[in-house]
Design a protein around this ligand. Structure first.
Ligand SMILES: Cc1ncc(C[n+]2csc(CCOP(=O)(O)OP(=O)(O)O)c2C)c(N)n1
Ligand SMILES: [Mg+2]
Length: 626
């Protein structure tokens, strides 16, 4: 057997550079690069391996190193990269031990919830223990084989710790399998003790050959298709709910022809919003708590709901209050049996495109009544009028966020990407964004993690350099993590960042008010004379902050100024932040749907008691789907 003598760090890098994914006959590099922040836990291992690879690589080969500012942000960027590449490629992230590693835990949870592949390589404590406790080691007196990296276990789809070099091949192969399994994918964590990373071993040369990981289009069980077709044929007012699985499968055309052929309107979850053009007569737009009145009215009366690639989050089902028809039943097309079994649905465990093709054959000759299509088209047209009005309210003195969204929609080209994650922005975008292209809408709403926006924008742009990326970020999210602006500047990766400043956590302010908590603790104010946080607004200058990081900044006040600045930002050749203040009280049009946020059952405050009464009333509409 031919062997190659390399350290574990060098071997990991060489292995990752040789992995490919394949679907529908097209191959991709599986690992597009490696983000890293070095410390004693990885500088001499993976860090040294990445350096050698960079020095030895042919152009376009090796494993490109990207320098991060914050380990959490590196993982967000990797997740956004994977999402933009439809999970065919992702990035690796290497960190030191201790805080560098645990900074990645939040990113791991985000990736796993959103079913996005990311490869995490945290450094770990000494395997040999000779020098224990190493700097940053958390010692468990009762278990010496535990380190902080065990915190990755519950948030990863695969976790392994490589205590000995001999374990590396099996760890790497298992990691690639999970990254490329559409049903299992998520965060994959290989914890690498810092001494092991630098240790040499004679690896079989075979380990480093190019490997192709096929991403399957799992066909459905014919009996499941028959059951699903029977249920759909019995429907009079069916509705499709398209989730992220539609997009990852590349099934948007399949959904469109299925909807057209059988006359079934399509509501979309946050992850599924790229599925259909906004002006398609059967596109009912966003569904659920942040949905359109069109999709939500169709949902309220639907007798059969066909979920495709959705995990049925509470935002989608309006906390199980949305589907109100007494006999409503579900068909679930999903690669993961876990999701396919939800809502007591007929489970069709399969790739979305493969399942729709099979189901279309089984439904041949059937269609809904013309009145159903007409009603869907009518409701959607009415919602589009609502959107138009929200885009053009001309709210004074500061504009409404909906107007900002309208301008971004107007200035962006069809294939540009709009990206958001937390605050009022993703909900408003879900309702109001006029989707024109698959992949043009990127809201991270599985974890809805403040701080994802800029890091995610970086990942999306790295994955799609030919598309403009509009990062929509609130002041709260900006303050939580704007660090990757520096990485964007460093890499010459151009983002358009729209920073919407409403002086605090407006979304939570509104939520707080609705649960009777009077917007407590949600705006950015000084402590006032009475000892409460009700003084004047804080003098935070986020535009100056961005400029200090090397970003080109355009400050705007009116919506007209904003439009002009945005045109300029889109044409610019470097990362540009457009700053605008909006009115936190000017909300988007209502979805008429509910979201279950429990209200205090006893309270001295009248506002809370009133909210509790409303809450108890709303809960009456909630039901299990059994
Ligand atoms: C990491 C994290 N912490 C807390 C929350 C809860 N949360 C959701 S939105 C929000 C406020 C966001 O403020 P901002 O970015 O200014 O957006 P706005 O609500 O003002 O639109 C908070 C605190 C969260 N989603 N993520
Ligand atoms: Mg805000």
């Amino acid at each position: 057997m031919t062997t190659v003598r390399l350290t574990v760090g060098q071997a990991v890098v060489r292995f990752l550079a040789a992995q490919r994914s394949e679907r529908d006959g097209t191959q991709h590099r599986l690992i597009g690069g490696c983000f890293g922040i070095f410390g004693h836990g990885n500088v001499a291992g993976l860090g040294q391996g990445l350096l050698e690879a960079e020095l030895e690589a042919e152009p376009g080969g090796g494993l490109r190193y990207l320098q991060g500012r914050n380990e959490q942000a590196m993982v967000h960027a990797a997740a956004a990269f994977a999402r933009t590449r439809n999970r065919m490629s992702t990035l690796a992230c290497t960190s030191s031990i201790g805080p560098g590693a645990t900074n990645m835990v939040t990113g791991a949870a985000l990736a796993t919830i959103n079913r996005l592949p990311v490869l995490l390589l945290p450094g770990d404590v000494f395997a040999t223990r000779v020098a224990d406790p190493v700097l940053q080691q958390l010692e468990q007196p009762n278990a010496q084989d535990i380190s902080v990296n065990d915190a990755f276990r519950p948030v990863s789809r695969f976790f392994d710790r490589v205590w000995r070099p001999e374990q590396l091949p099996s760890a790497l192969l298992a990691a690639m399998r999970v990254l490329t399994d559409p049903a299992e994918t998520g965060a994959v964590t290989l914890a690498l003790p810092q001494d092991v990373q630098a240790e040499a071993y004679d690896w079989p040369a075979e380990l480093f050959r190019e490997r192709v990981w096929p991403i399957p289009r799992t066909p459905p069980d014919p009996a499941a298709v028959t059951r699903a077709a029977e249920m759909i044929r019995s429907a009079r007012r069916p509705l499709i709910v398209a989730g992220g699985g539609v997009i990852y499968s590349g099934a948007t055309h399949a959904v469109k022809s299925f909807a057209d052929a059988f006359g079934i309107p399509v509501g979309q979850t946050q992850a599924g919003k790229g599925t259909m053009r906004f002006d398609d007569p059967l596109c009912a737009g966003a569904i659920g708590a942040t949905g359109t009145t069109a999709a939500n009215e169709l949902a309220a009366r639907a007798d059969v709901v066909i979920g495709i690639g959705t995990r049925w989050s509470d935002f989608t089902t309006a906390s199980r209050s949305l589907f109100a028809e007494p006999g409503v039943r579900f068909v679930n097309i999903n690669v993961a049996s876990f999701d396919a079994a939800k809502q007591s649905g007929v489970a069709v465990v399969a790739d979305a495109r493969a399942a729709l093709d099979a189901l279309a054959l089984a439904l041949a000759g059937w269609t809904t009544e013309p009145a159903h299509r007409a009603r869907a088209a009518d409701l959607s047209a009415r919602w589009q009028a609502t959107v138009e009005a929200a885009y053009t309210t001309r709210h004074q003195p500061r504009p409404a966020q909906a107007e900002v969204i309208g301008v971004v929609n107007e200035v962006s080209a069809d294939t540009d990407i709009v990206l958001s994650a937390a605050g009022s922005m993703p909900g408003d975008l879900h309702k109001l964004w006029r989707t024109r292209d698959t992949g043009g809408y990127h809201a991270e709403y599985g974890y809805s993690c403040m701080g994802y926006e800029i890091a995610g924008g970086l990942g999306a742009k790295l994955a799609a350099p030919d598309r403009e990326v509009f990062v929509m970020v609130g002041d709260g999210s900006y303050l939580m993590m704007a660090s990757e602006l520096v990485t964007a500047v460093q890499e010459g990766v151009k983002l358009v960042v729209v920073c919407v400043d409403n002086h605090g956590f407006a979304s939570i302010g509104n939520l707080s008010e609705s649960v009777g908590s009077q917007r407590f603790g949600t705006s950015y104010r000084y402590r006032g004379p009475g000892g409460r946080l009700d003084g004047g607004f804080l003098p935070v200058d986020l535009a100056a902050n961005a400029a200090s990081l090397g970003v080109y900044v355009l400050r705007t006040r009116t919506i007209e100024e904003f439009r002009q600045a945005l045109v300029k930002a889109r044409a610019a050749d470097r990362t540009t932040l457009v700053y605008i203040e909006t009115d936190p009280m000017a909300g988007a049009p209502s979805s008429d749907a509910w979201w279950d946020v429990p209200v205090a059952e006893v309270a001295t405050l009248a506002s809370t008691r009133d909210a509790r009464a409303r809450y108890e009333k709303a809960k009456e509409r909630q039901r299990p789907y059994l």
